[in-house]
Design a protein around this ligand. Sequence first.
Ligand code: SF4
Length: 69
Amino acid sequence: MKDCENLATCGFFRKHLEAKTLACQGFIRQYCQGDKQDDCKRKIYKQQHGVPASDDMLPSGQLLAGHEK
Ligand code: SF4
C-alpha cells in the first residue's frame, strides 16, 4: 500500500506524527499509510471543499478536543 498522496501537506499527519500519541499513530498506520486512506474524512473534506480540514479533525471525521500540545 502506498502512502496517502496528501501525506506531505496534511495538517493532521504533520501535527500528530510528532505528538506520537498511540491513538494518532494508529490512525496514521491505518489511514495515511494503510488501506483505509480512501475512507479518510479529511481527504474527502478536501476533495469536497477544496481546502484542508482543521488539523484536529481525525481521519474518522471526529474532532479532537483538548489535545495536548
Ligand atoms: S489524515 Fe487522511 S488526508 Fe491526511 S495524510 Fe492521512 S489519510 Fe491522507
